[in-house]
Every structure is written in structure tokens, then in C-alpha cells.
Ligand binder design. Structure first.
Ligand code: NDP
Ligand code: BG6
Length: 486
């Protein structure tokens, strides 16, 4: 299958923090891949902006190196890279000062889409927003893209929303949660709402429970100072896992339209019940020393740290569709495999006409986010051959990479897809301000619960499946976690 490429209008995109880690690893290589796909018009321009003094040539060299290192399977042909680099420029700008702004204002063209990617620390968002206005650079149609973390609690998220709202309206603000840009995450909506098959079963009458797992093999080394103030709850659950949960649990929106989708997600967040301490397991990897087998406290350079590098929760949704069907969420660093999966575990058949069949398993719809993006529906069939009616479980397997006719190389990275949505002016896959605030309103009391105590997170071995206690979270409900494997 050849993927359809939808052309976009011409644009001027300014990446504030254009020399930073996120720009180098994700944004700029992502733009290059979209360029190769024909989505960056000939006259589109991309500006890097940061304090460091640099000319266009220096920035182009920086981007060429970023493409070489992080371009994935994209062509490295010199002429392709050179054609892309021609679209790049650099402006030295201090978000907190006044130098560089007049140059940027002069460089902006009228009549094309203007987008400003704030790939800088959130403390600078207000400065950037204010100066974009003061220097007449932001027009009513301009868009700004802001990165996580979007606050660290409800109060700071509200303050950040208020700061941005001083200069931009909600329809101009694109809050990135890169999980929403993942191919499989969007496929979740297609599977749910473009097929008649699943919707009648998609409720507490037929679904026993849901498991959402985002397991990583990496530790926090290199970004320990950020992570130690955050932990898995703030870093992953409040945003990425929450978004996944919403997409599974939400009612069908009346249209695939930004506010229709976000209204439905918001209702799910409002319906989340508070989570008590018995329904939470926090963990911290504890090995010897630094490196692959090392310990969290060493990586975070804080020997007394009580921050969790792993968390598992049992979450209930108080509405008609889901009452009685728990959602089990878990995410952690330095686990046995990099594997992210949503598993919809269906209930048993009401009565087995085959008697107590040993091989019987419940049907599971497994949606693999990464790696090996795809979906598997496990169904029971008769074991082939003579010997009576013995049942066996077989997977109905669909790999998205195979379905796309490539080895996965054509699946766009989340960032490239989201940036193109910004240019197209489509906010469906971006978080709205009220959504972010509602997510913090649910998260804050959970964090306050453990901050009021003095216990440390449970230890787990690097390379394991997480702390033993997390197993109990399901065992006590007569359930078990699915294996974490690639
Ligand atoms: P870096 O520290 O690597 O880069 C920061 C960038 O901002 C640099 O280009 C820096 O250049 C520029 N900068 C710093 N101060 C100013 C200033 N006063 N005026 C203008 N530019 C400034 O950060 P990251 O790229 O890692 O992160 C950027 C944002 O993205 C952060 O909010 C982070 O939380 C978020 N994020 C990052 C992820 C990642 O994987 N890296 C993942 C998810 C979110 P200079 O010093 O020359 O000014
Ligand atoms: C980021 C978190 O938002 O997502 C990181 O800050 C995490 O801690 C990353 O490693 C995971 O993203 P992905 O796309 O690799 O699953």
C-alpha cells in the first residue's frame, strides 16, 4: 500500500531552542523526512533560534549532522540533504532579551502559515509569547507549539495556560503529547470507530479489564536532574498513559474534529475515580553502580531519592460504559524490554459447551504501540487434527509495517506527523488546556498521597518486569499482567 501524502501550504516555522536536544533528535530530522515525503513546499522556510551566535551555514551543518545521526531510514543522498538545508536559516535570539527579534520580524513573510515551536524550558514560554507579540511577529493566525512538561501540578498548569492565553487564543496553541502522534495510537481510533465489530463489545459487560503498559529499557542517566523532580507519574502517566486511556475509554465523538474528540476525552478524565494507596505500586530500580545494571539513585545523583522510576495503578472509571472494568496502568524505566501495549482483555464466555477445557484463554485485543506496531486479536479455535474437540488459542495478527508494504520504514515518527498537523491547523492530536488541567486535578491528590508518607518506592532489579508488589495488584483481583516482551 502506498501512503497518500497530503500537501501542505507554504510556511515559516521558527524552532526556538533549534540547537537543543529535542530539535536535534526529533524535530529537525522529522522535518527532513516530511520534506522527502514531499510535504515541505519549495518556498517553505525553517528558522532555528537560540542564544548561541551562529550563521545559516553553521545551523545547516548542525542539522546535517542531526539528520546523519537521527534521520532513521531516510535518504542520506547529498542532493536531498542539500535541498532541505537550503530551506534552513538561523536567528540568534534571547527569549529574555531584545536582541534578534527585529531580524526575525523582518524575515517573516506575509500570507504564509506562521508557526513557532517553543522547544525550550517552559519557564521561557511567557517570554517568547510576549516578545512575539511585542515585535509584531505573531499574527492572529499564527500557531505556537509547546512541549511537555506542561506544568508539574494543577496550579502551575493553570498559570502556564493563563500566561499563554495573554497572547494567544486556544485555537492557536498546540500542546504536544507525542504519544498522540504515534501511528498505532491513531489506529486505535480507526479500529474503534471505523469498524462495527468492536463497539458493541467495548464496555464493562464484555471487557474484563484493560492493561496499558509502557515499558522502557533505558534508565534516567543523563536527565536525572529533570526526572528526579518528576518521576513516572508526572513524566508518563499524567500525559502519555492518560491519553491512551482516554482514547480507549471515550465515547464515539460525533465527528473526527478537534473539539469533538477532545470533549470526549475530557469527559473520561472527569469520570476517573480517585486512586487510593492500595491501588498504587511505586518502584525504583536498584542495581549496583551506574550503567545498565545500575541503580536509580546513582543515575539521578541523589542517594536519598524517593522518586519512582516505575509505577503501576488500578484505575476505575465511574460511568455507565466502564463501571466495574478496571484499567491497570504501568510504566517504568530499565525494565526487561522496550514494549508498549494496550491489551483489552475480554470476559469469559457465559457458558462453556466444551466443559472445563484446559487450553481455554480469554480473547485479548492487543494493540502494540512499539516496537513492531500492530494489532493481534487472540481467538480460540479447535486444535487441528483428529483427537476430539481440543481448543487452542491463535492470534489474528496484523503488523502495521507489513500492512503498509514496507518494513516499517514508512511509518512516520510521531513528531513529524504532529508538526505537519500544526502547519495544517489541525488540533485533533493536541491537548486542550482544560484537558491538561483536568489530568493534573486527578494526578495531584495521588502524588500528595505518597508525598505525605515517608516510605520509599519498592526496589526492582534492572532488566526485570518491575517490583513484585505490582504483580499483587492484579493477583488479588484474580488477574495477571501480560508478559513484557518485544
Ligand atoms: P536543551 O537544553 O537541549 O535545549 C534548550 C534549547 O533552548 C537550546 O537550543 C538553547 O540554546 C535554547 N535556549 C536556552 N535558553 C534560551 C533563551 N533564553 N533564549 C533562547 N533560546 C534559549 O533542551 P531540550 O531540547 O531537551 O528540551 C527543550 C524542551 O522540550 C524542554 O521544555 C523539554 O522539557 C522538552 N522536551 C524535551 C524532550 C527531549 O527528548 N529532549 C522530550 C520531551 C520534551 P542556547 O543555550 O544557545 O540559547
Ligand atoms: C517522554 C518522557 O515524554 O517520553 C521520557 O519524558 C520517555 O521519560 C519518553 O522516555 C518515551 O517516549 P517513546 O516515544 O520513546 O515511548
Amino acid at each position: 500500500m502506498v501512503s497518500r501524502v497530503i500537501p501542505v501550504e507554504s510556511f515559516d516555522l521558527v524552532v526556538f531552542g533549534g540547537t537543543g536536544d529535542l530539535a536535534r533528535r526529533k524535530i529537525l530530522p522529522g522535518l527532513y523526512r516530511r520534506f522527502l515525503a514531499g510535504q515541505v513546499p519549495d518556498d517553505a522556510r525553517i528558522f532555528g533560534a537560540a542564544r548561541a551566535e551562529m550563521d545559516d551555514a553553521g545551523f545547516r551543518q548542525f542539522v546535517a549532522e542531526a539528520i546523519a545521526e537521527f534521520g532513521g531510514s531516510a535518504s542520506r543522498a547529498a542532493e536531498d540533504v542539500a535541498r532541505f538545508l537550503n530551506r534552513l536559516h538561523y536567528v540568534a535570539i534571547d527569549a529574555k532579551g531584545d536582541s534578534g527579534w527585529a531580524d526575525l520580524a523582518k524575515a517573516m513573510r506575509p500570507g504564509v502559515v506562521r508557526a513557532f515551536y517553543f522547544s525550550v524550558a517552559p519557564a521561557l514560554f511567557g517570554d517568547l509569547a510576549e516578545r512575539l507579540h511585542r515585535h509584531g511577529i505573531a499574527s492572529p493566525e499564527s500557531r505556537i507549539v509547546v512541549e511537555k512538561p506542561f506544568g508539574r501540578d494543577l496550579e502551575s498548569a493553570r498559570a502556564l495556560n493563563a500566561t499563554l492565553a495573554e497572547h494567544f487564543t486556544e485555537h492557536q496553541i498546540y500542546r504536544i503529547d507525542h504519544y498522540l502522534g504515534k501511528e498505532t495510537v491513531q489506529n486505535l481510533m480507526a479500529v474503534r470507530f471505523a469498524n462495527i465489530l468492536f463497539e458493541p463489545l467495548w464496555n464493562a459487560r464484555h471487557v474484563d479489564h484493560v492493561q496499558i503498559t509502557v515499558a522502557e529499557t533505558v534508565g534516567v542517566g543523563g536527565r536525572g536532574s529533570y526526572y528526579d523532580k518528576s518521576g513516572a507519574m508526572r513524566d508518563m502517566v499524567q500525559n502519555h498513559l492518560m491519553q491512551l486511556l482516554c482514547l480507549i475509554a471515550m465515547e464515539p465523538p460525533y465527528r473526527f474534529d478537534p473539539d469533538a474528540v477532545r470533549d470526549e476525552k475530557l469527559k473520561v478524565i472527569h469520570a476517573l475515580e480517585p486512586v487510593g494507596p492500595d491501588d498504587i505500586v511505586r518502584g525504583q530500580y536498584r542495581g549496583a553502580g551506574k550503567g545498565t545494571r545500575g541503580s536509580y539513585c546513582d543515575d539521578a545523583e541523589n542517594p536519598e531519592s524517593r522518586t519512582e522510576s516505575y509505577i503501576a495503578l488500578r484505575v476505575n472509571i465511574a460511568n455507565w460504559r466502564w463501571k466495574g472494568t478496571p484499567f491497570y496502568l504501568r510504566t517504568g524505566k530499565k525494565l526487561r524490554a522496550r514494549a508498549s501495549e494496550i491489551a483489552i482483555v475480554f470476559k469469559e464466555v457465559p457458558h462453556s459447551i466444551f466443559g472445563d477445557e484446559e487450553g481455554w484463554r480469554e480473547n485479548v485485543l492487543s494493540i502494540r504501540l512499539q516496537p513492531n506496531e500492530g494489532m493481534t486479536l487472540s481467538v480460540m479455535i479447535k486444535e487441528p487434527g483428529p483427537g476430539g474437540m481440543r481448543l487452542t488459542e491463535v492470534p489474528l495478527d496484523m503488523s502495521f509495517a507489513e500492512a503498509l508494504g514496507e518494513d516499517g520504514a514508512d511509518i512516520p515518527d510521531a513528531y513529524e506527523r504532529l508538526i505537519m498537523d500544526v502547519i495544517r491547523g489541525n488540533q485533533t492530536l493536541f491537548m486542550r488546556g482544560d484537558e491538561v488541567e483536568a489530568a493534573w486535578a486527578w494526578t495531584d491528590p495521588i502524588i500528595a498521597g505518597w508525598e505525605a508518607r515517608t516510605d520509599k518506592p519498592r526496589g526492582y532489579d534492572p532488566g526485570s518486569s518491575g517490583p513484585e508488589d505490582a504483580l499483587m495488584l492484579l493477583h488479588r483481583d484474580g488477574r495477571r499482567w501480560r508478559e513484557i516482551r518485544e
